[in-house]
Ligand binder design. Structure first.
Ligand code: 5GP
Length: 194
């Protein structure tokens, strides 16, 4: 998606440790008109899928997921980071290793909001090693629901998540895929997409 690539080139900052900072428009200050254009694009890309719910993980996926959901006319559920593992059987739980914080979180979704009849589109801001998406797929499978696809704003194509999740037969659509980036020069190379 050219609009997103141009914005990343203009306002993205490449940090050491393979981290792209996009907090002026994506995950701290949020450009809602850009999110709206992204939502329109995801709706086009997944038009053939019977999506009835969007699933993301707190916190940075929530803003994008909400605007995307307006284009699908479906609710958003977000997996919550939990301090204490809940043992009363009311929740699906899994663990996610955070790329940016280098720690493992327990995340939960209430059984009230995810079930066998659901057809889920996963939405997140970044795809790096794929731990966040793996965790969300795990929750969906625990609920007996169907994964219709994964929509990502920025995929770091030089990390393994995208390749690994596509190899599982899951459709992943990323609006911008970074082939390489250089913290010293600030150079960002995008993968050509149809
Ligand atoms: P993964 O679980 O795929 O390794 O990492 C995805 C999660 O880590 C995303 O939800 C995102 O919040 C965070 N993340 C991974 N790489 C980056 C990055 O380069 N920049 C930012 N801002 N967040 C990232």
């Amino acid at each position: 998606m050219k609009l997103l690539e141009e914005r990343i080139r203009r306002d993205g900052v490449v940090k050491p440790g393979d981290v792209l900072k996009v907090d002026s428009f994506l995950n701290h200050q949020m450009d809602i008109e850009l999110f709206d254009a992204m939502g329109e694009e995801f709706a086009r890309l997944f038009a053939d899928r019977p999506v009835n719910k969007i699933l993301t993980v707190e916190a940075s996926g929530i803003g994008i997921a909400c605007i995307v959901a307006q284009h699908f006319h479906v609710p958003v559920v977000f997996a919550k980071k939990s301090q204490s593992i809940n043992l009363d059987g009311e929740m699906y739980t899994t663990q996610i290793r955070s790329y940016t914080h280098q720690r493992v979180y327990d995340v939960i979704v209430s059984k009230k909001f995810l079930g066998p009849l659901d057809h889920i589109l996963i939405i997140d801001d970044f795809l790096a090693n794929g731990c966040a998406v793996d965790g969300l797929i795990d929750l969906i499978h625990s609920a007996g629901a169907t994964v219709e696809g994964v929509g990502i704003a920025v995929e770091k194509g030089f990390q393994e998540g995208g390749r690994r999740i596509r190899a599982r037969g899951i459709r992943v659509e990323s609006l911008a895929i970074i082939e390489s980036m250089n913290a010293e020069t600030g150079e960002i190379v995008f993968r050509e997409q149809a």
